[in-house]
Design a protein around this ligand. Structure first.
Ligand code: PGA
Length: 770
């Protein structure tokens, strides 16, 4: 039986060990195991696994004759140091500009007048207004350092150049012929443009590609001709609406880039050529890609340049965004670290609007820092959820809830080369959690399961809220080694009934209800670094609460941390705390994750995503300094990530620590709400494999066994024979065959490039662990 906790103390590791030496009145009793720490109460010596000492707080529970206890929490020195100097996040527009400048990328704002205005008189007037505005800016803002380019139609080049002379504005041309002279009626050459004072020339604008059938090969010829003449090309790329809706953005951009840049030197790319990403569906339509969508494509473009040239070239090349840019949208677009300016159409025809665009403004001081997440695993989950990072396996695990799958991926293997692994599950799944044994816990529709990764076998440990029509939803292991999991009323969208409970599966196998009210949809389950505060939300209420967390008792002292403002759609979903104890909460439906100050609920940072619904997040990577985010369909489904600003990192995910076998304690569920609560009792109806599982766990207790690594020579982990849903091709281990069939309906794909199954419409998954 767990003693009551009388007091807690936070001390450094050294202080904890000296405290342990002087602890008085420690009586002899069984070893107590919490969160991976063993306390022999006889000697007062704490044994810890090294990784725990380095990564997270360790717990020592000291009991006296009266069965009272003191809970000692020792924290690594580095963490205590960080607590003293909390990293402050603030408005970072200046920061974004500084980063661009550090990479020597000067902002370039270009106004493409297209076939406007109607007469030379109007062109002169437009240019004169712009010139006046530029002179005012030069006076008012001496440090103004934006490159402004005006791109009028050819007949007006001369007059516009003339009116703008003496200002900082440069002149651009909308098109050019690749040949330098000859019988090309109606065309203009680079030499003619140069003689009129032109500096930039557009190549591959979508209107030329679509209305004048310009191919990538023609665009490439123009790019090379412009460079050869000493002018700077602006190479325009971007996908159509249909391509965007079919998920082909990357494919289209990559093709247009690669073919447009054939024969272009690294030097020209670094010093002259500019890329403009213009989603065709956003040009002249009033639809703007959200900053997060634009940023994710810009960051992808940079990754392609890195692959084609080098990291230096990728860092140096300027990438503009274009497509319905307005004075209203420019400020936010310019907070994106990979957007180096805008190519503006309609709004550049009005001098006042264009001026506001090229003198874009930083967010007001004190605004939350903006970060942008990009996709790392295009796993196409219907409802990605519950991402956890295993330090021991250096792997992420997450689930596709209604897609009934468990996913894993090792980022250290490098984006693009590592192969995520997917296990098909037999039921809807709410969450996954780590165990010290190396197995996982899975919250499936019908109960909490033990999942043996190596054998691929899932076995039920306990039912969940039977006979209610609920299932486990968000769950995490607390910092004491117990698994806390909340419920989801499967019918809550219809009946709105608050019938779900919040439960804790204790290391001794007992299941205990820890919240004294019911709700519809549990989320946000996560813990403060010291483990003594728990965060929780019933998503439909849009409110996040903090509670005092007693590892042996119920939640108490509820207080409101954050309520989603009515201006923001969606609801709070999964969350995780960082090492400073601040909360990172996914706002599903609002395309963002927010960092909250845990006492005031102040929003300190916003991670924007290019998809509508982030669902859960956690810190991962070898340094725990990357935030990984699961998302859901229909526009999302992939795993996203964002590198944290310096000083922000997570804490290692605690692991569930079975102790039931060793203690052989009572299996009665204390509150009698569900049962059977202990897996050994559940084994009665599950067959003999329960016995082998239990003996293995029992041995693990004695040796503090290290979790097994997920390895396999061909990277393929077998799938549960209990749940024979293994597609035939999975057994082959042949990667070329592996991508041929739809993972959802088994349909044989007819082409190798299809992104979606033509039979059932599911996103095509080519990522099984070959
Ligand atoms: P838009 O045009 O700003 O009117 O959408 C952009 C472009 O065509 O470059």
């Amino acid at each position: 039986m767990m003693p009551n906790i009388l007091k807690t103390r936070v001390c450094s590791n050294d202080a904890a060990s000296s405290a342990s030496r002087s602890w008085p009145a420690v009586i002899s009793m069984h070893q107590v195991k919490f969160g991976g720490s063993m306390l022999s109460s006889r000697t007062g010596v704490i044994e810890n696994r090294r990784s725990k000492l380095e990564r997270m707080q360790t717990i020592a529970l000291v009991t006296n004759e009266q069965h009272a206890a003191t809970l000692y929490i020792s924290l690594p020195e580095a963490f205590i140091e960080k607590k003293k100097t909390l990293v402050k996040l603030s408005s970072k527009q200046q920061g974004t500009d500084q980063k661009r400048a550090a990479r020597q990328r000067k902002v370039l704002m270009a106004g493409n007048w297209k076939m406007n205005p109607a007469s030379i008189k109007e062109a002169r007037e437009m240019a004169a207004l712009l010139a006046s505005s530029l002179r005012t800016i030069a006076q008012d803002k001496p440090g103004f350092d934006v490159e402004v380019v005006v791109i009028p139609p050819s007949p007006f080049l001369h007059i516009v150049a003339d009116v703008l002379s003496g200002t900082v504005a440069k002149i651009g041309a909308q098109d050019v012929h690749p040949e330098s002279k000859g019988a090309f009626t109606g065309e203009v050459s680079t030499g003619m443009l140069m003689s009129m004072g032109v500096s930039y020339v557009l190549a591959g604008h979508s209107e030329r590609r679509n209305l004048f059938n310009e191919s990538d090969a023609v665009v490439n010829k123009k790019v090379k001709a412009v460079l050869a003449s000493g002018l700077s090309p602006i190479l325009c790329i971007g996908e159509s609406k249909e391509e965007y809706e079919s998920g082909l953005v990357k494919d289209v951009c990559s093709k247009q880039l690669r073919e447009g840049l054939v024969g272009v030197s690294a030097e020209d790319l670094q010093e002259k050529l500019v890329i403009a990403y213009e989603p065709v569906w956003a040009i002249g339509t009033g639809l703007t890609a959200t900053p997060a969508i634009a940023q994710s494509v810009h960051s992808y473009i940079r990754s392609v340049i890195k692959e084609m040239y080098s990291p230096e070239v990728a860092n140096a090349v300027r990438i503009q965004y274009g497509g319905s840019v307005t004075p209203e949208s420019v400020d936010e677009l310019m907070t994106c670290p990979d957007i180096d300016g805008c190519l503006v159409g309609g709004a550049s025809l009005v001098a006042e609007k264009f001026s506001r665009i090229f003198s874009y403004q930083a967010p007001p001081p004190g605004s939350p820092e903006k970060l942008y997440a990009s996709e790392v695993v295009p796993c196409g989950c219907t409802l990605g959820e519950s991402v956890v990072w295993s330090e021991a396996m250096q792997s992420l695990f997450w689930v596709d809830s209604v897609g009934q799958a468990l996913w894993s991926w090792r980022p250290s293997e490098g984006t693009g080369t590592s192969k995520p692994i997917r296990w098909k599950l037999p039921e809807v799944v709410g969450c996954v959690a780590l165990q010290e044994s190396g197995d996982l816990l899975l919250g499936l529709q019908s109960g909490i399961f033990n999942f043996d990764l190596t054998a691929g076998v899932a076995r039920k440990l306990t039912d969940f809220e039977r006979p209610l029509d609920t299932r486990p939803n968000d769950g995490r292991v607390d910092r004491f080694g117990s698994f806390v999991v909340g419920s989801y009323n499967n019918a809550h969208r219809q009946d709105g009934a608050e019938i779900g409970g919040l439960w804790r599966l204790n290391p001794d196998g007992n299941m205990q209800e820890i919240l004294d009210y019911k709700f519809r949809c549990s989320n946000c389950v996560c813990f403060s670094p010291d483990g003594l505060t728990m965060y929780f939300t019933d998503t439909p209420t849009r409110r996040i609460f903090a509670f005092d967390y007693n590892p042996a008792g119920k939640l108490s002292n509820r207080r409101l941390v954050y309520e989603l403002p009515s201006s923001i759609s969606g609801g709070p979903d999964g969350a995780q705390t960082d090492a400073q104890g601040h909360l990172w909460v996914c706002l599903s439906g609002a395309s963002r994750v927010v960092r909250l100050e845990p006492l005031t609920g102040a929003v300190e940072a916003v991670v924007e995503l290019p998809v509508t619904s982030p669902t859960c997040c956690t810190f991962g990577g070898p340094d725990l300094d990357t935030l990984y985010i699961t998302t859901r369909g229909p526009d999302g489904g992939g795993l996203y990530c964002v590198k944290m600003p310096p000083g922000i990192r997570g804490i290692a995910e605690p692991m569930f620590a079975w102790s039931a076998v060793q203690h052989g304690s009572s299996c009665a569920a204390p509150e009698g709400k569900i049962g059977p609560a202990r897996w050994s009792r559940a084994s009665d109806n599950q067959g003999e494999s329960w016995m082998s599982a239990s003996s293995r766990i029992s041995q693990g207790m004695d040796e503090v066994k290290l979790p097994r690594r997920v390895t396999s020579t061909n990277g393929l982990l077998s799938i549960s024979s209990d749940y024979q849903t293994k597609p035939a091709w999975l057994t082959s281990g042949n990667s070329s065959q592996a991508s041929r069939f739809c993972a959802d309906c088994g349909h044989a794909h007819t082409t190798l490039t299809a992104k979606f199954c033509t039979e059932c419409g599911a996103p095509r998954i080519t990522l099984y662990g070959q």
